[in-house]
Design a protein around this ligand. Structure first.
Ligand code: SF4
Length: 374
């Protein structure tokens, strides 16, 4: 248990201090590439010998960002822009930005105007994933990212180095899935905030280090007696579920988080990079393997709701909590059909507002308490 406590404290510390980790990387001579949400092709960064670090905003009250991002910009992009404009990402060599929604399209222009010292590397994910030319289109887009990374690192990304990086990331995906599975047998130890800090810290760590730390935690958990959780269990869906205060509301009300479909957490580990004729094709095909995700268009409007209902049942959860990133039109679009499909499956659901400009949420607390008392 001491080991588990130590490991959880390390994850917690990393999750709360990405700037310190960034400084450590830069001070030791490494080049860091910031990775905007979501599905940024991190293996390309690793294959170029650089460090990919996720950027997921954070609690702040944006002031500078207001110059370029209107108030109805999603909360996460406002805080990312604020951090960029106020120097929080100082030392980063470039930022990869996948254009997956209209907000990111605008953020691209805002970033170029407001964050002069960090070059954005943009590319487009094709939303028509059935078009016969979509794979080739995406490969060409990814080549522009590859070329930019080679220029910044001064190192060629070969098919072999990219294959190795892809294998490493597929291993990381498997390790993260195994952690989530094991954590559910120890809900007395892994509280919602602990689970979140493990998942968030991993977005800042090099893949090798993330694998080492998460495997150590998973093994330590397996040595503990299995806990039969008697309280309620929920599945989270959305972009992120922060801050800790919200996760604390679940814990304080005896509710366990047994799974998630959060973009910041499990969504990025759900599908692997498939085997293909070339490493670049494998990287591209990942986009086409994604199912039930708000940012990857699916003609079947019920796919995500059906997937969440099945996930909740498999995990023993009786409720799906929609963590609604403020002003994320992509998530808002899915909300009605998710609620319909989940309730058709006989499960409960409710939405909570995720706003990175506040740390307290009376609305979320009231809804969580109401569910706990139901
Ligand atoms: S998908 Fe939603 S949260 Fe992400 S950038 Fe677009 S609008 Fe913002």
């Amino acid at each position: 248990m001491a080991d588990i406590k130590t490991l959880l404290a390390q994850f917690d510390d990393i999750s709360r201090n990405p700037q310190r980790l960034l400084k450590e990387y830069v001070d030791s001579g490494e080049k860091v590439i910031a990775c905007f949400p979501i599905y940024t092709p991190e293996p390309l960064v690793a294959a170029a010998g650089m460090v990919p670090m996720g950027i997921w905003g954070g609690q702040c009250n944006p002031q500078a960002a207001g110059k370029y991002a209107p108030i109805f910009t999603c909360s996460i992009m406002r805080s990312v822009l604020e951090f960029g404009m106020t120097g929080a990402y100082k030392g980063v060599s470039a930022a990869i930005m996948p254009i997956i929604c209209d907000t990111l399209r605008g953020t691209n222009s805002a970033w170029r105007a407001g964050v002069k010292d960090i070059e954005p590397i943009t590319f487009i994910y094709p939303q028509n994933r059935k078009d016969p030319g979509a794979v080739d289109f995406l490969i060409e887009e990814l080549k522009t990212v590859k070329n930019a990374l080679e220029r910044i690192s001064g190192r060629e990304i070969t098919d072999t180095s990219l294959q190795q990086a892809i294998a490493l990331y597929n291993k990381k995906h498997a390790v993260m899935r195994a952690f989530c599975e094991t954590a559910n047998e120890h809900l007395d130890i892994i509280k919602p905030a602990d689970r979140h800090h493990v998942m968030k810290a991993v977005t800042f760590l090099k893949a090798e280090k993330a694998i080492e730390m998460v495997v150590a935690l998973t093994e330590a958990l397996k040595a503990e007696p299995i806990c039969k959780w008697q309280g309620k269990k929920v599945l989270l869906t959305g972009i992120t579920c922060e801050p800790d205060e919200i996760l604390g509301y679940f814990a304080d009300n005896g509710i366990a988080v047994v799974g998630d479909d959060l973009a910041q957490e499990s969504r990025q580990y759900r599908s692997d990079y498939p085997a293909a004729c070339s490493a670049m094709e494998s990287l591209a095909l990942h986009w086409f393997a994604i199912k039930g995700c708000s940012v990857a268009h699916d003609d079947n409007n019920t796919a995500r709701g059906d997937m969440l209902a099945q996930m909740a049942k498999d995990l023993g959860a009786d409720c799906v909590v929609l963590c609604m990133m403020r002003f994320c039109e992509i998530e808002e679009y899915d909300q009605p059909s998710v609620i319909t499909q989940v309730s058709k499956a006989g499960l409960m659901s409710f939405s909570i507002d995720i706003d990175q400009s506040t740390s307290e949420s009376g609305q979320a607390l009231t809804k969580i308490q109401a569910y706990a008392e139901n």
